[in-house]
Design a binder for this molecule. Sequence first.
Ligand code: AMP
Length: 731
Amino acid sequence: MRFRTLSFSTRSLTPSKTLLPLVLRRRLVSALSAAPSPSPMAATEESLRRALAEKQTAVDAQSEAVRALKARPSVSKDEIDAAVEVLKALKVEQGAAAKRLQSAVSSNSDGSSKEAFRQAVANTLERRLFYIPSFKIYRGVAGLYDYGPPGCAVKSNVLAFWRQHFVLEENMLEVDCPCVTPEIVLKASGHVDKFTDLMVKDEKTGTCYRADHLLKDYCKGKLEKDLTLSPDKAAEFKHVISVLDDLSSEELGAKLKEYDIRSPDTGNHISDPYPFNLMFQTSIGPSGMLPGYMRPETAQGIFVNFKDLYYYNGNMLPFAAAQIGQAFRNEISPRQGLLRVREFTLAEIEHFVDPEDKSHPKFVDVANLEFLMFPREEQLSGKSAKSMILGEAVSEGTINNETLGYFIGRVYLFLTSLGIDKDRLRFRQHLPNEMAHYAADCWDAEIECSYGWIECVGIADRSAYDLRAHSEKSGVPLVAHEKFSEPREVEKLVITPSKRELGLAFKGNQRIVVEALEAMSEKEALGMKEALDDKGEVDFQVCTLGKSVRIKKSMVSISMERKKEHQRVFTPSVIEPSFGIGRIIYCLFEHSFYIRQRKSEDEQLNVFRFPPLVAPIKCTVFPLIKSQQFDEGAKLISKSLTAARVSHKLDVTGTSIGKRYARTDELGVPFAITVDSTTSVTIRERDSKEQIRVSIEEVASVMKEVTDGQRTWFDMLWKYPTHVTTHADEL
Ligand code: AMP
């Protein structure tokens, strides 16, 4: 969980800034004033901008020369024509330079237009019902989407793999908590006060916009559309985009003013940015007396259950709990399709660990992984993400600790196994202001798609913040214990509530008051002691009762004593990987999508190259032609596939085999089984279009092995005879 757009660190808790090292603070102060030199990746774009500026200067100079020539009385027509020809040639060159720049700023790395690509993916996804705008017949609601049949299947495969890769592998304790959450829980966590985004309003119409989005859109628009932009100005806009998450409300407001950014729909002036809480409010029960919210994340359900989960785990650390469930955020202006929605599935892990020992026994398993990382220093100095070895990033301190590093490595393996392109995946460290003041270190797994780099998984070391916050608010100590082999002598605060006196005074509430007294911090307890010594009684706020109670001297004894300790009691730190499942799935759709040219006609076929692991259906079964024999064979195979638990689709429509292949390719089905004899069938692999011939008895087991990941298609090519001639109308 993260409090968004700096609401926590800069708006309300300026002390966090005072905790930053001076060097970083200086750098932040100058973050907006000094646009750094462009990164190597931006070098091509920069040189194209320079080339265009030079051509423009040449065109201007030649236009001036032509005008001057025409103004002179004794110049021959030939002379003027020659000068005009030069001008025309220069304009052609200028046009070509503008085109090159335009395609550099608005194309994918392969040169295709991002917009056209996105549209092709979206059309296919909507047409094949991967997703559907919710409540479509009533014209829908922004930021709400349904998953249709293949979308549901992909999502359930992603979640099944998540459970296998994380919950099973790490023996995590999975829980399932309600979405409706009482206010007190989200008050303790800080969401009620600080889960905000900065919003601006159109001063005339009152339409709301997210302030940082307006600034980002303005800078992106300038970079993509204003080809006359000087290289320095372009570098400035890029820099603003890269430090966007790090801007305070004031800095954001100042930039909106400096660029004279107006309401995008009306051109009216906009207000200064102000915070808007993203939670959907509700009340629990008919009386309206118990305020609540739809949870904005699943994590709090785990924190409030810590005590029981710790006990369930045999009072041992470290351990992790996990939860998959819906989260609700009333986004100011949802956009970018599935990427920013108002209800989405989160899969979250809370790994509880001793703050004094954040080593991880399985770190060696991931230490040699090498992938793109984008440390804070690189971002602040305008450099690009760089390939780093995970083990080195941890040992040199770029990543704060082994456990955090371990999860970064596991997240990398998870995403790439799903089919995310490793070259379009990077781990970006949070900038100092972006990170909550209590966090030790945070990294986002960002995936590049046609919308740019998108945060899909947040991986944060949140220290002991959450458990402490709930301990304080609830009065229930959410702590762990380390038993010493030898007792140790220490000076300790001892709080001994007198259960008898408290029982007489508070009857049924006695236990709650006892727990609240025991949960006092050292400072609170010593303050109470002083007041009791002075006045003999003191008012004490018990949050879990929602009121103050009067504590008398006879009810509690508080002292500092030298004690032999047999154990250490501490609040565990928590390392939290938080997965936005919808975002991962959307990026997977884009990374898997490609267009195949049809051989015969000038038609394009859409294909999703999903790995079998996530493919919505693992194979289709077609009889080659309409015949009773082949239909029966197909039904038999379908039965054996069901028995082997391989998801499949039987297509007996009798349309041409080519059309049927095209239909399943568009759903990303990896294998097609064509029944073309009574004893054997062909199996065709979607991307290579290679086919093997397999006996009818073996089909189900071959499919099972190759879709479960026990064997690869390559193994099958070795094992079974290749079917060389593709079926007559293969495309
Ligand atoms: P956060 O708690 O803000 O760090 O969010 C955790 C994860 O939830 C992010 O990494 C995103 O993948 C996902 N997420 C956050 N907000 C949205 C949203 N409005 N729509 C879809 N996914 C989101």
